[in-house]
Design a protein around this ligand. Structure first.
Ligand code: NAD
Ligand code: DAU
Length: 335
């Protein structure tokens, strides 16, 4: 039996990972440790709140004493780190929290794993550390060339973690996932923003010419890949996660209005994101050679996602009428 401290487990991918782990055959105990920023939400974990192998602790990964105390109290042997400031546009408006959580916070987790002799730190990273690529795909040993403050913080956090593996032999694994979508994604990210706007007949703001390409991964596949690397990954190694489903933003926006029976005129081209990365793409042979593969097609994942937002207005309406509105105004009307 393992005891996993899932940092950032009340956010989008973290909560889906927790659901995934608690519905498969295993004795793993899951302790979610989350600061509950605007993106972290207890309701994302409501379905597992009473599960006998689940516990929630509110806490900040930048607070070493609190992380240590939690590890000690619950006999944690493995940390899986999802905690991050994760939205590129917010990092452009104000990078401060990104440097704190995505760099210093990762250092704290490395120190705790080292000091307390834990069995594993799995760090969840992103394709954005490599930067954009016009053609071809990045492999795990390619150089980092991040663009935004978000991507640079994620790259820096990873470099700190890798230095702990090289210098102290920290039992570290890393995954770098592509653009992920599905239930519980905060409606500042393109897909849930576009779906919820379209439901309400609000314009879908498409940056620049809308021809930027992202590889889209359904969230349960991202979760299953992380669980797979926890079991089969080799310490010191990073693994790309992707499902080879590249789409332009324009195509995604068009599919959303079609799926919801809304007019194409709802799609509005707006000012581009500064230094907008034109395409990310990852080679996944390293992970697939170990035996992992994605199981949800884009068509299936997209349909499930649209339906989830249609059926769960009680989840996103309070968000979109709360603090979110201040951010939305700043992002789309004042810049
Ligand atoms: P999210 O913003 O939905 O969730 C982040 C979670 O971290 C929230 O629950 C938040 O409360 C928590 N958190 C933030 N700062 C914290 C702190 N200091 N201490 C403790 N908890 C804190 O993010 P997400 O989209 O679920 O992404 C999860 C991870 O996956 C991130 O590390 C992100 O970089 C990475 N990732 C995301 C994607 C994607 O497309 N969403 C793709 C690849 C990698
Ligand atoms: O690729 C992995 C990354 O994917 C993760 O590391 C990040 O945490 C996650 O936020 C995501 O980053 P992106 O910038 O790719 O996701 P976002 O949903 O913000 O934007 C997707 C694309 O859509 C991007 O090209 C920008 C564009 N976009 C986004 C928004 C919010 C728009 O055209 N209009 C919008 O309103």
């Amino acid at each position: 039996m393992r005891t996993l401290l899932v940092t950032g487990g009340a956010g989008f991918i973290g909560a889906n990972f927790v659901h995934y782990m608690l519905t498969r055959e295993s004795n793993d105990r899951i302790i979610v440790y989350d600061k509950l920023t605007y993106a972290g939400r207890r309701e994302n974990l409501a379905a597992v709140a009473d599960h006998p192998r689940f516990l929630f602790v509110q806490g900040d990964i930048c607070e070493m004493a609190q992380v240590r105390a939690t590890v000690e109290q619950y006999n944690v042997d493995t940390i899986v780190n999802f905690a991050a400031e994760s939205h590129v546009d917010r990092s452009i408006l104000d990078p401060d929290a990104f440097v704190k959580t995505d760099v210093y916070g990762v250092y704290v987790l490395c120190e705790v794993v080292k000091q307390m002799g834990l069995a594993r730190l799995h760090h969840v990273s992103t394709d954005e550390v490599y930067g954009p690529i016009a053609e071809g795909k990045f492999r795990e040993d390619d150089r980092f060339m991040p663009t935004s403050p978000y991507a640079a913080s994620k790259a820096s956090g990873e470099l700190i973690a890798l230095s702990y593996y090289r210098t102290y032999g920290l039992p570290l694994t890393i995954t770098r996932g592509v653009n992920t979508y599905g239930p519980y994604q905060y409606p500042e990210k393109a897909i849930p923003l576009f779906i919820t706007n379209a439901i309400d007949d609000i314009p879908l703001p498409l940056y620049g010419n809308g021809l930027q390409v992202r590889d889209r991964l359904y969230v349960t596949d991202h979760a299953s890949a992380i669980a797979f690397v926890l079991e089969h990954g080799k310490p010191g190694e990073a693994y790309n996660i992707a499902a080879d489903m590249e789409k332009t933003n324009l195509e995604v926006a068009q599919r959303i209005v079609q799926a919801l029976g809304k007019p194409a005129a709802l799609i509005q081209f707006v000012k581009d994101r500064p230094a907008h990365d034109v395409r990310y793409a990852l080679a996944t042979e390293k992970l697939t050679a170990l035996g992992w593969q994605a199981s949800v097609s884009f068509e299936e994942g997209f349909e499930r996602t649209v339906r989830w937002y249609q059926e769960n207005e009680n989840w996103w309406r309070p968000i979109k009428s709360g603090d979110w509105l201040d951010y939305y105004r700043k992002q789309y009307t004042e810049r």
